[in-house]
Design a protein around this ligand. Sequence first.
Ligand SMILES: Nc1nc2c(c(=O)[nH]1)N[C@H]1C(S)=C(S)[C@@H](COP(=O)(O)O)O[C@H]1N2
Ligand SMILES: [Mo]
Length: 316
Amino acid sequence: MAILIKKPADVQPSEITPKSVYMDRRRFMKNSLLTGALLAADAMFPAWAKRWPKLPASPYNTDEKLTSFEDVTTYNNFYEFGTGKRDPHKQAKDFNPRPWSITVEGECNKPGTFDLDDIIKPAQLQEYIYRLRCVEGWSMVVPWVGFSLADMLKRFEPTGNAKYVEFTTLLDPSRMPGQKRRVLRWPYREGLRIDEAMNALPIMAVGLYGEILPNQNGAPIRLVVPWKYGFKSIKSIVKIRFTETQPVTTWNQTAPNEYGFYSNVNPHVDHPRWSQKKERRIGEPFWKPKRDTLMFNGYGEHVAHLYAGMDLKKYF
Ligand SMILES: Nc1nc2c(c(=O)[nH]1)N[C@H]1C(S)=C(S)[C@@H](COP(=O)(O)O)O[C@H]1N2
Ligand SMILES: [Mo]
């Protein structure tokens, strides 16, 4: 067997890592004190280990008490794996989320189909401790592992006609048994206005509690939009489409008088069948009083300007 050994000077970085990854990493290394951890992230990537390495913290993190790993991973909404809160962690056990590719299309200059490993840039991963507030009245505080949605979308170079972004979940009833029942019109779809999507808060999550994202929480990649009701945070995404017109979204299509396109957390706009003024933090004892729902789930200073001049009772 002939072994060809190149002198280090002959080896171009482009032979080792795709150029974009290399450039990103170099840029980041210049300003980061966390180089060690990030190189570790790169080294393990894309060999899917069970845990992500220790990551830098997002500047937007809440310091509230975390909801337990147990509660975050056993009390879920994921209709592709059953309509009960205790269904997904059981029914999604055998779901294999790899390999995984995401198709990007519509109003952008760089559409294409990308492997998950090309979508995730390890140097951009952070830990985001965000509240998730379900429209049903419960909330959680979750330490997500993820990266900025805006940073990812910019790479596809949306055109001036891209006014909205649409996200679509995998459609495969053989792997997602809940799709054999017509409880929703599959595949699950969600959307954001482009300025909402380009805000600094929304993330693509690929993990939680330092672990690779559990299947029941939307493996391998899901959206987290912390100022909107939980159903906007679509799971197991396979398609991203830039559009000029407002996309059709699953819950709005199912019950338009109950679930608006915007769905910002808002204590002043009740769901037609129940109040949104209070919320129950999962894991707290039953005798503890419910908490007040916060406008925009407490993220108003970062997002209220997006809705200046809009009647949020009309655009709920
Ligand atoms: N594809 C898909 N995404 C989904 C859902 C779903 O049923 N299917 N449920 C939504 C709802 S209603 C909520 S509250 C959150 C729950 O996320 P969690 O299970 O990670 O807490 O996921 C959202 N994303
Ligand atoms: Mo929800």
